[in-house]
Design a protein around this ligand. Structure first.
Ligand code: INS
Ligand code: FE2
Length: 328
């Protein structure tokens, strides 16, 4: 073998050993790198699988309500006068003019500053006059929804959405004119009232927009496919909390849609107003439909223990509301 240029002191034996050690070291480094790489890929794969499982979970059919008789819910014809009178008033007073004013008022000030849990406690005295299915306090209804979502193994952000979805009813304690501009099913104003709304088109006879030459036409002030973001839904707790959560939480779009549209039964359950949707709304409709059973059918579940559940939900609230004290 031809002599190699090495320093005269270096013995060929050592050189050979050094070379071997170097090679071994480089092999070891390679091995570690491969291992690191595999670990990284494994972690990425796991995260992707977890995300997929979570998302699949979101759209999977609800389990908790399998044994329930669904025909017992939302029976408006047999409902009490309290419910009937509520809708009579709501359908008369939710006009385009009122809705423009309500939105202006909303943006003009901060009504209170408090945490999500404080808001739940404040809401505790309100009994919803529009609801034929529960006379429980709102904190109990919220915990029932959240617990049903949790029991079915749905994503954490969805559990939190269940917990807060009706917190907008706090409006009642601020500027509301009654319950009619806080609770109840919602519907668009500015286009024809659909017959699929509770108690039908006829229940809007006293509304000043009924028979209006623009507002009472199929598309009214809107255009086909304009997207629900551009549609004025009757003002109340959904719209109010949606704006708040959009600005002050890190909840995903699906959660915001669940909040904004959960009372829009004519759309998410009866199939009305679909011509106004855009592609994003079609995606969101799936999420809202997935949420609906937890809102509606959990009303016949047992009464949850507020104190026992508080620690779990406090952690969840802090995860998605980084500022803790919110502007209401
Ligand atoms: O989201 C619900 C739903 O729309 C009910 O029908 C109504 O009675 C409640 O007020 C509301 O919170
Ligand atoms: Fe609600």
């Amino acid at each position: 073998m031809a002599p190699v240029a090495v320093s005269p002191q270096a013995s060929p034996v050592f050189k050979k050993r050094d070379g071997q050690a170097l090679e071994e070291l480089s092999d070891a480094i390679d091995e570690i790198n491969v291992l690191k790489d595999t670990k990284k890929r494994e972690a990425e794969k796991k995260a992707a699988e977890k995300k997929e499982a979570e998302e699949k979970g979101l759209y999977e059919e609800s389990e908790f309500d399998k044994e329930k008789d669904k025909t017992n819910f939302r029976q408006y014809e047999d409902a009490s006068d309290r419910v009937k009178n509520f809708y009579q008033e709501q359908h008369t007073k939710q006009t385009v003019a009122y809705n423009l004013k309500a939105r202006q008022d909303f943006h003009s000030k901060t009504r209170a500053e408090m945490t999500v849990w404080e808001a739940m406690e404040k809401l505790n005295t309100l009994i919803d006059e529009s609801d034929p299915d529960t006379s429980l306090s709102q904190i109990e209804h919220l915990l029932q929804s959240a617990e049903a979502i949790r029991r079915d193994g749905k994503p954490r952000w969805m559990q939190l959405t269940g917990l807060i979805h009706d917190l907008g009813k706090l409006l009642f304690f601020f500027d509301a004119e009654g319950q009619w501009d806080v609770v109840g099913d919602t519907f668009p104003v500015g286009c024809a009232f659909d017959d699929k709304i509770v108690y039908g088109r006829d229940s809007f006879r006293e509304n000043e927009d009924f028979g209006h030459k623009i507002y009472d036409t199929k598309f009214g002030i809107y255009t086909p496919g304009c997207g629900l973001d551009n549609v004025m839904l009757s003002w109340g707790h959904d719209e109010y909390l949606y704006h708040l959560a959009k600005e002050q939480s890190t909840l995903p779009d699906e959660a915001l849609a669940m909040i904004r549209y959960h009372s829009f039964y004519p759309w998410h359950s009866a199939g009305a107003y679909h011509e106004l949707m855009n592609d994003h709304d079609r995606d969101m409709l799936r999420a809202v439909k997935a949420f609906n059973p937890y809102d509606l059918y959990s009303k016949s579940d047992g009464i949850p223990s507020v104190d026992e559940l508080k620690p779990y939900y406090m952690e969840l609230i802090n995860e998605y509301f980084p500022t803790k004290v919110l502007k209401w």
